[in-house]
Design a protein around this ligand. Structure first.
Ligand code: KMH
Ligand code: ZN
Length: 290
């Protein structure tokens, strides 16, 4: 079991509406302020979705590059860009996210019903994301919405090899309507499947909506890491809206300390995930699409 806890904050997502959730960070300034607060509260990674001037989700490359630069300047956090985007985003736009040269990026391991929508992740897209990240030294976080996604990951690694740095890290996204439930039993089932992955594979887990607490407690006790944030839950407790992302990170950090697995610093996270030095620094453009 890992001695410390990696805490990822997912502050914004692509789904919540700023008009309904004023505390949601959507502008670059709001995102940077949130990132600083969350780092101080115990986060080591920030999973980033960005919004346009009207607070709608966007994958605009210039904005992504500016956001990565701003977060790097203001914090030590590992910046992980979402390649999942919104359910409406085109595959070409999702692949182009990697041109913003983050240290990490998400890579979802299969298609899943997503509420009333479908979050499409064809095999060819998964392979393209994985191999492009290998070429560029971007470390993936494999997003697992259902048990079968772990078997797809095993197939991917067997056919195309290990990710940049050689370490495999997955994130169990539990409790999406259409995916696996956010329960301790489902987490234990995932743990059994994780044993088929390379030695040393690490995982974090997040529970959507009201499953946030059971998933957090199950993951901590089972040796997993944590993801929290307003992308995943907007209620802190019954009839109590989340005030800020830092509030969620603080609770996760406190529970991690109680479990005697205190939060890892960003530096310790880079060591744990074996993020290659220089990862995320834009290269000369060789092999990159501009
Ligand atoms: N917004 C969801 C459709 C990811 O960031 O990689 C996809 C998602 C996963 O959030
Ligand atoms: Zn996301």
């Amino acid at each position: 079991m890992s001695a410390g806890t990696l805490i990822t904050v997912a502050p914004t997502g692509a789904e919540a509406d700023k008009a309904e959730v004023p505390a949601l960070p959507v502008t670059p300034d709001e995102l940077v302020a949130t990132a600083k607060d969350c780092q101080a509260a115990g986060a080591g990674i920030i999973h980033v979705h960005i919004r346009d001037d009207d607070a709608r989700p966007t994958l605009d490359l210039g904005r992504l590059r500016d956001t990565v630069a701003a977060l790097r300047t203001a914090t030590d956090l590992v910046v992980q860009l979402s390649t999942g985007g919104a359910v409406t985003d085109a595959e070409t736009d999702r692949l182009r996210v990697l041109d913003a040269a983050p240290e990490m990026a998400s890579c979802t391991m299969g298609t899943v019903n997503f509420g009333d929508e479908v979050f499409s992740n064809r095999w060819d897209l998964i392979v393209a994301l994985h191999t492009r990240m290998q070429e560029r030294g971007v470390v993936p976080e494999y997003e697992i919405f259902d048990l079968g996604h772990l078997w797809s990951l095993q197939r991917l690694l067997e056919r195309y090899g290990l990710p940049a740095g050689g370490h495999v890290h997955v994130d169990l996204v539990m409790g999406v309507p259409g995916g696996m439930p956010g329960t301790a039993a489902a987490l234990v089932a995932c743990q059994a499947a994780l044993r088929a992955l390379p030695e040393g594979t690490t995982y974090s887990a997040t529970g959507i909506g009201r499953t946030t607490l059971p998933v957090m407690l199950a993951s901590l006790s089972a040796g997993g890491h944590l993801r929290v944030g307003m992308e995943d839950t907007l209620s802190y407790a019954r009839r109590q809206p989340v005030e800020s992302n830092a509030q969620l990170v603080s609770r996760a950090a406190e529970l991690a300390r109680i479990a005697q697995r205190p939060p890892l610093t960003a530096h310790e996270v880079r060591q744990l995930l074996r993020i290659p030095p220089g990862s995320g620094v834009p290269s000369t453009g060789i092999g990159q699409q501009q």
